[in-house]
Design a protein around this ligand. Structure first.
Ligand code: ADP
Length: 161
């Protein structure tokens, strides 16, 4: 069975992430979305909330699982018996750092990294930009699944007294 891991923070998942996960799911028998637990950086959503949203929006793919990991990504890949990492590339600015990581990961554990060019519809999209827009009341409907838009609304706009 050919398994790939799509790693990231997913705070929260955007349509750009989903496009990469969906395309990967058509290339591999199983795709594991790995949500990084970063103790030094607390996100807008807890890891459990991110996982729940990811599970909901990837349920229709049928061969996508969601799990969290801490520590080395290659150790997570080994534990999941996955030999490939899939990374989305939005622009050349993503490339320098991703290349370093890919070269480190193949050296550490023989885990290959495949880069997938972003769908141009989403090349400007990042979780942080979506959070910024939502924070100031902008409409993020075209950029995230509805469940994420609703969660952003609930989290960022305090209810009236
Ligand atoms: P972000 O930069 O949005 O916080 P993550 O750390 O969660 O993203 O990224 C996880 C993976 O998803 C990375 O490989 C990243 O390049 C990819 N990714 C993020 N946003 C997009 C997008 N808009 N299009 C394609 N890939 C993306």
């Amino acid at each position: 069975m050919r398994r790939a891991v799509c790693p990231g923070s997913f705070d929260p998942v955007t349509n750009g992430h989903l496009d990469i996960i969906g395309r990967a799911s058509r290339l591999f028998d199983e795709v594991i979305v790995g949500v990084l637990v970063n103790q030094s950086k607390s996100g807008l959503f807890t890891v459990e909330e991110r996982i729940e949203m990811l599970r909901e929006v990837t349920a229709s793919y049928g061969n996508v699982r969601v799990a969290s990991f801490r520590g080395l990504l290659v150790d997570f890949c080994r534990a999941q018996r996955a030999t490939v990492l899939i990374k989305g590339l939005r622009a050349v600015s993503d490339f320098d750092y991703e290349l370093q990581m890919a070269q480190m990961n193949i050296g550490l554990a023989g885990v290959e990294t495949l880069f997938m060019p972003t769908n141009p519809l989403y090349s400007f999209l990042s979780s942080s930009l979506v959070k910024d827009v939502a924070k100031w009341g902008g409409d993020v409907t075209p950029h995230v699944p509805d469940v994420v838009r609703d969660a952003l609304k609930a989290r960022l706009v305090p209810p009236p007294p």
